[in-house]
Design a protein around this ligand. Structure first.
Ligand SMILES: *Cc1c(COP(=O)(O)O)cnc(C)c1O
Length: 228
């Protein structure tokens, strides 16, 4: 199966309101170009170095999403061009993104990652931490000197448990959607939840039925990944 055919099939199955992020981690630039040539413009990468190298080689109208776990010291490498950072899981990281965005005269859109899986290994905030970050951003926006004017939290992101149990996955997606609904009521210019990023190759149909507005699909487009 070719990348173009895979993409066309997936796109035709997505409702209009759902955005497709083509997850291209570990894949060569030629594979990304194949997707680009049939109109794909949003790509997701997990590794900072790989993202920077690919961005340098590929057309400038691509919107690059960082979907991995971001370390504070690496924010400066992607701040000049990144279009959405999916995995923000601390206020400290948000502060660093704000600082680097300011240096680049930009406002960087971010999603807060919520821990919804059973696995300890997955990153993300719990509800209390989400509530704290929301409060900080709302308070900050109301003060005369907004300390977060170069970031905009535009939604939430989560990864379900890696399991065959559809009920388990559904429970986790439904929980994330409930947090999304609860925490999108209040908004300011730097905090306005519109995007709910959930669903990958194995579970995106279920994610959409649970309210996802953005799916991150890799192997169903580009084939299985080979890790060194
Ligand atoms: C790799 C990855 C994906 C894509 O996974 P597939 O199963 O290949 O679709 C989506 N989201 C995140 C955060 C990833 O790391």
């Amino acid at each position: 199966m070719s990348i173009a055919i895979n993409l066309a099939e997936i796109k035709s199955s997505l409702p209009q309101h759902v955005t497709l992020v083509a997850v291209s981690k570990t894949k060569p630039v030629s594979d990304l170009l194949e997707a680009y040539e049939v109109g794909q413009r949003i790509f997701g990468e997990n590794y900072v170095q790989e993202l920077v190298e690919k961005q340098d080689l590929l057309p400038k109208d691509i919107q690059w999403h960082f979907i991995g776990h971001l370390q504070s010291r690496k924010v400066k490498l992607i701040a000049p061009f990144v279009s959405l950072i999916h995995g923000v899981d601390s206020l400290k990281l948000l502060q660093e993104i704000n600082k680097q965005a300011e240096k680049n005269n930009r406002v960087i859109d971010c999603l807060l990652q919520i821990h919804i899986a059973e696995e300890e290994s997955k990153f993300g905030l719990d509800e209390k931490e989400l509530e704290d970050i929301q409060k900080q951003l709302l308070d900050s926006a109301r003060s005369s000197d907004n300390a977060f004017k170069n970031i905009r939290v535009v939604g939430l992101m989560g990864m379900a448990t890696f399991t065959e149990d559809q009920n388990q996955i559904k429970k986790e997606f439904t929980y994330l959607k409930s947090l999304f609904d609860k925490y999108s009521k209040e908004k300011t210019e730097n905090y306005q939840l519109k995007t709910l990023s959930m669903g990958m190759s194995g579970d995106y149909t279920l994610a959409i039925s649970c309210g996802s507005t953005m799916v991150r699909i890799g192997s169903s487009i580009f084939g299985t990944r080979q890790y060194q």
